[in-house]
Design a protein around this ligand. Structure first.
Ligand code: ASP
Length: 451
Protein backbone atom coordinates (compact mmCIF):
# COMPACT_ATOMS: atom_id res chain seq x y z
CA UNK A 1 0.00 0.00 0.00
CA UNK A 2 1.20 3.52 -0.81
CA UNK A 3 0.20 6.76 0.87
CA UNK A 4 0.38 9.65 -1.58
CA UNK A 5 0.35 13.31 -0.68
CA UNK A 6 -0.27 16.14 -3.13
CA UNK A 7 0.84 19.69 -2.36
CA UNK A 8 -1.11 22.87 -3.07
CA UNK A 9 0.37 23.55 -6.51
CA UNK A 10 -0.65 20.01 -7.56
CA UNK A 11 -4.27 20.87 -6.69
CA UNK A 12 -4.43 24.52 -7.67
CA UNK A 13 -6.93 24.10 -10.51
CA UNK A 14 -8.97 21.59 -12.52
CA UNK A 15 -6.11 20.73 -14.87
CA UNK A 16 -3.78 19.87 -11.98
CA UNK A 17 -6.48 17.83 -10.21
CA UNK A 18 -6.92 15.71 -13.33
CA UNK A 19 -3.17 15.00 -13.31
CA UNK A 20 -3.53 13.87 -9.70
CA UNK A 21 -6.39 11.58 -10.66
CA UNK A 22 -4.27 10.02 -13.42
CA UNK A 23 -1.38 9.46 -11.03
CA UNK A 24 -3.61 7.72 -8.50
CA UNK A 25 -5.32 5.62 -11.20
CA UNK A 26 -1.97 4.57 -12.60
CA UNK A 27 -1.01 2.50 -9.54
CA UNK A 28 -3.51 0.33 -7.66
CA UNK A 29 -1.34 0.54 -4.52
CA UNK A 30 -2.05 4.25 -4.17
CA UNK A 31 -4.91 3.85 -1.68
CA UNK A 32 -4.66 6.81 0.67
CA UNK A 33 -4.46 10.29 -0.81
CA UNK A 34 -3.58 13.26 1.40
CA UNK A 35 -4.44 16.65 -0.03
CA UNK A 36 -3.35 20.23 0.66
CA UNK A 37 -5.55 23.27 0.10
CA UNK A 38 -5.47 24.72 -3.44
CA UNK A 39 -2.13 26.50 -3.88
CA UNK A 40 -0.86 29.06 -6.34
CA UNK A 41 -2.01 28.79 -9.97
CA UNK A 42 0.81 31.11 -11.05
CA UNK A 43 3.65 33.05 -9.41
CA UNK A 44 1.57 36.06 -8.40
CA UNK A 45 -1.37 34.04 -7.10
CA UNK A 46 -2.31 33.61 -3.42
CA UNK A 47 -2.65 30.21 -1.75
CA UNK A 48 -6.08 29.44 -0.30
CA UNK A 49 -4.47 29.05 3.14
CA UNK A 50 -3.20 32.63 2.92
CA UNK A 51 -6.63 33.84 1.78
CA UNK A 52 -8.12 32.09 4.81
CA UNK A 53 -5.62 33.69 7.18
CA UNK A 54 -6.53 37.12 5.77
CA UNK A 55 -10.23 36.32 6.15
CA UNK A 56 -9.79 35.16 9.74
CA UNK A 57 -7.80 38.31 10.56
CA UNK A 58 -10.62 40.48 9.20
CA UNK A 59 -13.25 38.58 11.18
CA UNK A 60 -11.18 38.89 14.35
CA UNK A 61 -10.61 42.60 13.78
CA UNK A 62 -14.34 43.17 13.19
CA UNK A 63 -13.68 44.36 9.61
CA UNK A 64 -15.95 43.79 6.62
CA UNK A 65 -15.01 40.36 5.26
CA UNK A 66 -17.61 39.47 2.61
CA UNK A 67 -15.15 40.05 -0.25
CA UNK A 68 -12.48 37.87 1.32
CA UNK A 69 -14.99 35.10 1.99
CA UNK A 70 -16.10 35.25 -1.62
CA UNK A 71 -12.49 35.04 -2.86
CA UNK A 72 -12.06 31.72 -1.03
CA UNK A 73 -15.38 30.34 -2.29
CA UNK A 74 -14.49 31.36 -5.84
CA UNK A 75 -11.31 29.25 -5.81
CA UNK A 76 -13.46 26.15 -5.30
CA UNK A 77 -16.19 27.41 -7.65
CA UNK A 78 -13.61 27.65 -10.44
CA UNK A 79 -12.66 24.00 -9.92
CA UNK A 80 -16.32 22.97 -9.72
CA UNK A 81 -17.18 24.74 -12.99
CA UNK A 82 -14.12 23.60 -14.90
CA UNK A 83 -14.78 19.99 -13.95
CA UNK A 84 -18.54 20.14 -14.46
CA UNK A 85 -19.43 19.19 -10.88
CA UNK A 86 -22.85 20.02 -9.44
CA UNK A 87 -23.00 23.48 -7.86
CA UNK A 88 -24.22 22.16 -4.50
CA UNK A 89 -20.62 21.45 -3.43
CA UNK A 90 -19.82 25.18 -3.67
CA UNK A 91 -22.92 26.01 -1.65
CA UNK A 92 -21.79 23.48 0.97
CA UNK A 93 -18.35 25.09 1.12
CA UNK A 94 -19.86 28.56 1.53
CA UNK A 95 -22.09 27.29 4.35
CA UNK A 96 -19.16 25.52 5.96
CA UNK A 97 -17.12 28.74 6.03
CA UNK A 98 -20.07 30.75 7.34
CA UNK A 99 -20.62 28.18 10.09
CA UNK A 100 -16.94 28.32 11.08
CA UNK A 101 -17.14 32.12 11.26
CA UNK A 102 -20.40 32.01 13.23
CA UNK A 103 -18.99 29.52 15.74
CA UNK A 104 -16.06 31.82 16.50
CA UNK A 105 -15.13 31.89 20.14
CA UNK A 106 -12.99 34.50 21.83
CA UNK A 107 -9.96 32.24 21.50
CA UNK A 108 -7.99 33.73 18.63
CA UNK A 109 -5.57 30.85 17.98
CA UNK A 110 -8.34 28.25 17.92
CA UNK A 111 -10.42 30.33 15.52
CA UNK A 112 -7.44 30.87 13.23
CA UNK A 113 -6.82 27.11 13.08
CA UNK A 114 -10.48 26.37 12.40
CA UNK A 115 -10.37 28.73 9.44
CA UNK A 116 -7.00 27.54 8.10
CA UNK A 117 -8.05 23.89 8.30
CA UNK A 118 -11.08 24.54 6.08
CA UNK A 119 -8.71 24.91 3.11
CA UNK A 120 -7.69 21.26 3.10
CA UNK A 121 -11.01 19.99 4.48
CA UNK A 122 -13.12 21.48 1.70
CA UNK A 123 -10.54 20.56 -0.91
CA UNK A 124 -10.65 16.91 0.18
CA UNK A 125 -14.43 16.94 -0.19
CA UNK A 126 -14.34 18.41 -3.68
CA UNK A 127 -11.54 16.06 -4.78
CA UNK A 128 -13.44 13.02 -3.55
CA UNK A 129 -16.32 14.20 -5.74
CA UNK A 130 -14.07 14.65 -8.76
CA UNK A 131 -12.69 11.12 -8.36
CA UNK A 132 -16.18 9.60 -8.15
CA UNK A 133 -17.44 11.66 -11.07
CA UNK A 134 -14.48 10.38 -13.13
CA UNK A 135 -15.29 6.79 -12.21
CA UNK A 136 -12.75 6.23 -9.43
CA UNK A 137 -14.43 5.16 -6.21
CA UNK A 138 -13.25 7.51 -3.49
CA UNK A 139 -14.33 8.63 -0.05
CA UNK A 140 -13.61 11.79 1.94
CA UNK A 141 -12.26 10.83 5.35
CA UNK A 142 -13.03 13.04 8.31
CA UNK A 143 -9.83 13.36 10.42
CA UNK A 144 -11.87 13.51 13.63
CA UNK A 145 -13.64 10.24 12.92
CA UNK A 146 -10.41 8.65 11.71
CA UNK A 147 -8.65 9.58 14.97
CA UNK A 148 -6.08 12.24 14.04
CA UNK A 149 -5.50 13.49 17.58
CA UNK A 150 -3.15 16.44 18.07
CA UNK A 151 -1.70 18.44 20.93
CA UNK A 152 -3.35 21.77 21.67
CA UNK A 153 -0.45 23.92 20.41
CA UNK A 154 -2.64 25.72 17.93
CA UNK A 155 -0.82 26.50 14.70
CA UNK A 156 2.09 24.35 15.79
CA UNK A 157 0.44 21.11 16.90
CA UNK A 158 2.09 17.70 17.18
CA UNK A 159 0.48 14.34 16.73
CA UNK A 160 -0.45 12.42 19.91
CA UNK A 161 0.99 8.88 19.91
CA UNK A 162 -2.41 7.19 20.31
CA UNK A 163 -3.42 8.49 16.87
CA UNK A 164 -1.32 5.88 15.11
CA UNK A 165 -3.33 2.87 16.32
CA UNK A 166 -6.61 4.56 15.49
CA UNK A 167 -5.51 5.64 12.03
CA UNK A 168 -4.31 2.12 11.23
CA UNK A 169 -7.91 1.16 10.41
CA UNK A 170 -7.64 3.28 7.24
CA UNK A 171 -6.06 0.15 5.77
CA UNK A 172 -9.53 -1.37 5.63
CA UNK A 173 -11.12 1.41 3.52
CA UNK A 174 -12.15 -0.18 0.24
CA UNK A 175 -12.47 3.01 -1.81
CA UNK A 176 -9.58 5.46 -2.28
CA UNK A 177 -9.40 7.42 0.98
CA UNK A 178 -9.12 11.17 0.44
CA UNK A 179 -7.71 12.59 3.66
CA UNK A 180 -7.34 16.35 4.24
CA UNK A 181 -3.82 17.30 5.34
CA UNK A 182 -2.59 19.91 7.80
CA UNK A 183 -5.00 19.48 10.73
CA UNK A 184 -6.51 17.22 13.32
CA UNK A 185 -8.39 17.57 16.59
CA UNK A 186 -7.38 18.06 20.20
CA UNK A 187 -8.71 15.79 22.92
CA UNK A 188 -11.25 18.55 23.62
CA UNK A 189 -12.48 18.25 20.03
CA UNK A 190 -11.05 21.57 18.80
CA UNK A 191 -9.43 21.91 15.38
CA UNK A 192 -5.63 22.26 15.56
CA UNK A 193 -3.20 22.66 12.68
CA UNK A 194 0.38 21.61 12.18
CA UNK A 195 2.92 24.33 11.29
CA UNK A 196 2.64 25.75 7.77
CA UNK A 197 3.33 23.19 5.07
CA UNK A 198 2.03 20.57 7.49
CA UNK A 199 0.18 18.35 5.03
CA UNK A 200 3.54 16.60 4.56
CA UNK A 201 3.30 15.68 8.25
CA UNK A 202 -0.23 14.30 7.85
CA UNK A 203 0.95 12.09 4.99
CA UNK A 204 3.89 10.78 7.02
CA UNK A 205 1.65 9.99 10.00
CA UNK A 206 -0.79 8.05 7.83
CA UNK A 207 2.04 6.21 6.09
CA UNK A 208 3.40 5.20 9.50
CA UNK A 209 -0.05 4.23 10.82
CA UNK A 210 -0.91 1.89 7.95
CA UNK A 211 2.74 0.75 7.61
CA UNK A 212 2.78 1.77 3.96
CA UNK A 213 5.43 0.36 1.63
CA UNK A 214 6.27 3.89 0.58
CA UNK A 215 5.12 7.43 1.25
CA UNK A 216 5.01 9.32 -2.04
CA UNK A 217 5.08 13.06 -1.72
CA UNK A 218 4.08 14.78 -4.96
CA UNK A 219 5.14 18.36 -5.43
CA UNK A 220 6.15 20.62 -8.33
CA UNK A 221 9.84 19.80 -8.71
CA UNK A 222 11.50 16.68 -10.14
CA UNK A 223 13.60 15.97 -7.07
CA UNK A 224 15.48 17.39 -4.16
CA UNK A 225 18.53 19.31 -5.36
CA UNK A 226 21.90 19.57 -3.63
CA UNK A 227 21.47 23.34 -3.40
CA UNK A 228 18.30 25.41 -3.66
CA UNK A 229 17.98 25.93 -7.45
CA UNK A 230 16.89 29.51 -6.81
CA UNK A 231 20.42 30.13 -5.54
CA UNK A 232 22.26 27.82 -7.95
CA UNK A 233 20.16 26.86 -10.98
CA UNK A 234 22.59 24.15 -12.11
CA UNK A 235 22.61 22.33 -8.75
CA UNK A 236 22.77 18.53 -9.14
CA UNK A 237 19.66 16.46 -8.35
CA UNK A 238 19.87 14.06 -5.40
CA UNK A 239 18.44 10.62 -6.15
CA UNK A 240 18.99 9.00 -2.76
CA UNK A 241 19.12 10.51 0.73
CA UNK A 242 18.99 9.17 4.27
CA UNK A 243 16.32 10.32 6.71
CA UNK A 244 18.93 12.10 8.76
CA UNK A 245 20.31 13.98 5.77
CA UNK A 246 16.83 15.07 4.73
CA UNK A 247 15.96 16.15 8.26
CA UNK A 248 19.07 18.36 8.44
CA UNK A 249 18.54 19.83 4.98
CA UNK A 250 14.82 20.41 5.56
CA UNK A 251 15.58 22.10 8.87
CA UNK A 252 17.80 24.61 7.16
CA UNK A 253 15.52 25.64 4.37
CA UNK A 254 14.98 22.77 1.94
CA UNK A 255 11.30 23.61 1.57
CA UNK A 256 10.52 20.64 -0.67
CA UNK A 257 9.66 18.52 2.36
CA UNK A 258 8.67 19.52 5.89
CA UNK A 259 11.37 18.65 8.43
CA UNK A 260 8.84 17.39 10.99
CA UNK A 261 7.42 14.94 8.45
CA UNK A 262 10.53 12.80 8.61
CA UNK A 263 9.93 11.65 12.18
CA UNK A 264 6.83 9.45 11.78
CA UNK A 265 8.34 7.85 8.67
CA UNK A 266 11.56 7.12 10.53
CA UNK A 267 9.73 5.45 13.41
CA UNK A 268 7.81 3.18 11.07
CA UNK A 269 10.71 2.68 8.65
CA UNK A 270 8.67 3.83 5.66
CA UNK A 271 10.74 5.13 2.72
CA UNK A 272 9.70 8.53 1.35
CA UNK A 273 9.71 9.35 -2.34
CA UNK A 274 9.53 12.96 -3.52
CA UNK A 275 7.98 13.16 -6.99
CA UNK A 276 6.71 15.73 -9.47
CA UNK A 277 2.98 15.84 -10.30
CA UNK A 278 3.87 17.45 -13.62
CA UNK A 279 6.41 14.76 -14.52
CA UNK A 280 5.35 11.66 -12.61
CA UNK A 281 7.68 9.39 -14.59
CA UNK A 282 10.80 11.23 -13.41
CA UNK A 283 12.46 9.05 -10.75
CA UNK A 284 12.33 11.67 -7.98
CA UNK A 285 14.28 11.49 -4.75
CA UNK A 286 14.10 8.47 -2.47
CA UNK A 287 14.66 8.99 1.26
CA UNK A 288 15.66 5.82 3.10
CA UNK A 289 17.04 4.78 6.51
CA UNK A 290 20.51 3.88 5.21
CA UNK A 291 22.41 4.26 1.98
CA UNK A 292 25.86 3.47 0.67
CA UNK A 293 27.91 6.61 0.59
CA UNK A 294 31.24 7.67 -0.69
CA UNK A 295 33.93 8.77 1.69
CA UNK A 296 33.80 12.51 2.21
CA UNK A 297 30.81 13.03 -0.03
CA UNK A 298 28.66 16.10 0.62
CA UNK A 299 24.97 15.48 -0.13
CA UNK A 300 23.61 18.98 0.02
CA UNK A 301 24.04 22.52 1.25
CA UNK A 302 21.06 24.26 2.81
CA UNK A 303 20.62 27.75 4.17
CA UNK A 304 18.01 29.65 6.13
CA UNK A 305 17.64 33.28 7.17
CA UNK A 306 15.94 34.78 10.17
CA UNK A 307 18.16 33.93 13.11
CA UNK A 308 19.48 35.98 16.03
CA UNK A 309 22.37 35.27 18.39
CA UNK A 310 22.71 36.15 22.05
CA UNK A 311 26.41 36.12 22.93
CA UNK A 312 27.65 36.45 26.46
CA UNK A 313 30.90 36.20 28.31
CA UNK A 314 31.83 35.81 31.93
CA UNK A 315 35.30 35.26 33.31
CA UNK A 316 35.64 31.69 34.72
CA UNK A 317 32.32 30.60 33.20
CA UNK A 318 33.75 27.11 32.77
CA UNK A 319 33.94 26.70 36.56
CA UNK A 320 30.44 27.94 37.31
CA UNK A 321 28.22 24.93 37.85
CA UNK A 322 24.77 25.31 36.30
CA UNK A 323 25.51 28.46 34.26
CA UNK A 324 24.28 27.00 30.97
CA UNK A 325 21.18 25.58 32.57
CA UNK A 326 20.27 28.91 34.14
CA UNK A 327 20.74 30.73 30.84
CA UNK A 328 18.59 28.26 28.96
CA UNK A 329 16.04 28.32 31.75
CA UNK A 330 15.57 32.06 31.26
CA UNK A 331 14.84 31.41 27.60
CA UNK A 332 12.46 28.58 28.47
CA UNK A 333 10.58 30.77 30.92
CA UNK A 334 10.27 33.43 28.24
CA UNK A 335 8.83 30.87 25.83
CA UNK A 336 11.85 31.04 23.49
CA UNK A 337 13.13 27.85 21.94
CA UNK A 338 16.86 27.76 21.23
CA UNK A 339 18.27 26.30 18.04
CA UNK A 340 22.01 25.99 18.73
CA UNK A 341 24.32 26.76 21.57
CA UNK A 342 28.03 26.92 20.74
CA UNK A 343 30.27 27.50 23.77
CA UNK A 344 33.81 28.58 24.58
CA UNK A 345 35.65 28.61 27.91
CA UNK A 346 34.33 31.94 29.11
CA UNK A 347 31.68 32.57 26.49
CA UNK A 348 28.53 31.10 25.17
CA UNK A 349 26.17 31.93 22.30
CA UNK A 350 22.60 30.95 21.85
CA UNK A 351 21.12 30.99 18.39
CA UNK A 352 17.37 31.38 18.14
CA UNK A 353 14.78 32.25 15.55
CA UNK A 354 14.27 35.98 15.19
CA UNK A 355 10.50 35.94 14.64
CA UNK A 356 9.40 35.11 18.20
CA UNK A 357 12.27 37.19 19.63
CA UNK A 358 10.41 40.50 19.56
CA UNK A 359 11.90 43.83 20.59
CA UNK A 360 10.07 43.71 23.93
CA UNK A 361 11.22 40.15 24.60
CA UNK A 362 14.75 41.13 23.72
CA UNK A 363 14.93 43.91 26.31
CA UNK A 364 13.40 41.73 28.96
CA UNK A 365 15.72 38.78 28.25
CA UNK A 366 18.78 41.05 28.22
CA UNK A 367 17.81 42.47 31.59
CA UNK A 368 17.31 39.06 33.10
CA UNK A 369 20.65 37.78 31.75
CA UNK A 370 22.47 40.80 33.17
CA UNK A 371 20.86 40.69 36.60
CA UNK A 372 20.44 36.95 37.14
CA UNK A 373 23.66 35.65 35.60
CA UNK A 374 26.07 38.48 36.41
CA UNK A 375 27.76 38.29 33.01
CA UNK A 376 30.64 40.59 32.00
CA UNK A 377 29.19 41.26 28.61
CA UNK A 378 26.13 40.36 26.59
CA UNK A 379 25.23 41.33 23.03
CA UNK A 380 22.47 40.47 20.61
CA UNK A 381 22.92 40.24 16.89
CA UNK A 382 20.10 39.94 14.36
CA UNK A 383 20.13 39.25 10.64
CA UNK A 384 22.00 35.98 10.78
CA UNK A 385 21.69 33.08 8.38
CA UNK A 386 22.62 29.48 9.01
CA UNK A 387 24.26 27.39 6.35
CA UNK A 388 24.27 23.65 6.77
CA UNK A 389 26.62 21.34 4.90
CA UNK A 390 25.17 17.85 5.07
CA UNK A 391 26.42 14.39 4.13
CA UNK A 392 26.67 11.01 5.86
CA UNK A 393 30.05 10.45 4.22
CA UNK A 394 31.50 13.45 6.03
CA UNK A 395 31.82 11.44 9.23
CA UNK A 396 34.80 9.56 7.86
CA UNK A 397 36.44 12.41 6.00
CA UNK A 398 39.16 14.72 7.21
CA UNK A 399 39.32 18.35 6.18
CA UNK A 400 35.77 19.16 5.08
CA UNK A 401 35.53 22.02 7.58
CA UNK A 402 38.88 23.36 6.46
CA UNK A 403 37.88 23.21 2.79
CA UNK A 404 34.56 24.89 3.56
CA UNK A 405 35.97 27.68 5.70
CA UNK A 406 38.72 28.18 3.11
CA UNK A 407 36.07 28.62 0.41
CA UNK A 408 34.23 31.15 2.55
CA UNK A 409 37.44 33.03 3.28
CA UNK A 410 38.27 33.16 -0.44
CA UNK A 411 34.80 34.51 -1.08
CA UNK A 412 35.32 37.23 1.54
CA UNK A 413 32.51 35.93 3.77
CA UNK A 414 33.01 36.54 7.47
CA UNK A 415 32.20 33.49 9.60
CA UNK A 416 30.18 34.40 12.65
CA UNK A 417 30.07 30.88 14.04
CA UNK A 418 30.84 27.23 13.32
CA UNK A 419 29.02 24.32 14.92
CA UNK A 420 29.30 20.61 14.33
CA UNK A 421 26.83 18.22 15.91
CA UNK A 422 28.07 15.00 17.47
CA UNK A 423 26.56 12.96 14.64
CA UNK A 424 29.13 14.59 12.33
CA UNK A 425 26.80 14.41 9.41
CA UNK A 426 26.53 18.18 9.22
CA UNK A 427 28.57 21.30 9.79
CA UNK A 428 26.77 24.52 10.42
CA UNK A 429 28.10 27.97 9.65
CA UNK A 430 26.57 31.21 10.85
CA UNK A 431 27.02 34.14 8.46
CA UNK A 432 25.40 37.52 7.99
CA UNK A 433 22.17 37.24 6.07
CA UNK A 434 23.46 39.54 3.33
CA UNK A 435 26.27 37.04 2.64
CA UNK A 436 24.03 33.95 2.59
CA UNK A 437 23.57 33.29 -1.12
CA UNK A 438 27.10 34.21 -2.05
CA UNK A 439 28.39 31.93 0.71
CA UNK A 440 26.24 29.00 -0.44
CA UNK A 441 27.46 29.37 -4.03
CA UNK A 442 31.09 29.42 -2.92
CA UNK A 443 30.61 26.34 -0.77
CA UNK A 444 28.83 24.50 -3.58
CA UNK A 445 31.67 25.33 -5.93
CA UNK A 446 34.26 24.00 -3.50
CA UNK A 447 32.49 20.94 -2.09
CA UNK A 448 29.98 19.42 -4.48
CA UNK A 449 30.61 16.90 -7.18
CA UNK A 450 30.01 18.46 -10.54
CA UNK A 451 26.77 17.17 -12.06
N1 ASP B 1 -2.07 24.57 3.15
C1 ASP B 1 -1.14 24.58 4.24
C2 ASP B 1 -0.09 25.66 4.00
O1 ASP B 1 -0.13 26.37 3.01
C3 ASP B 1 -0.55 23.25 4.51
C4 ASP B 1 0.14 22.56 3.34
O2 ASP B 1 -0.08 22.94 2.19
O3 ASP B 1 0.91 21.64 3.57
O4 ASP B 1 0.76 25.82 4.83
Amino acid sequence: MKVVKFGGSSLANAQQILKVLDIVKHDADRRIVVVSAPGKRHDKDTKVTDLLIGLADSVLAGREYAGELEAVVQRYAEIQKDLGLGSDIVQQIREDLEARIASRSSKKAQFMDTMKASGEDNNAKIIAQVFNQQGVKARYVNPKEAGMLLSDDFGNAQVLPESLDRLASLKEVTEIAIFPGFFGYTKQGEVATFPRGGSDITGAILAAAVKADVYENFTDVDSVYAVDPRIKPDAPAISLLTYREMRELAYAGFGVFHDEAIIPAVHANVPICIKNTNRPDAPGTLIVPERKYTHGEITGIASASGFSAISLSKYMMNRELGFGRRLLQILEEEGLSFEHCPTGIDDMSVILQSAPFTHEKEEHVLNRIKTELGVDDVTIEHGLALIMIVGEGMRYAVGVAAKASGALADAGVNLEMINQGSSEISIMFGVKDVDRKHAVRSLAQALLRKS
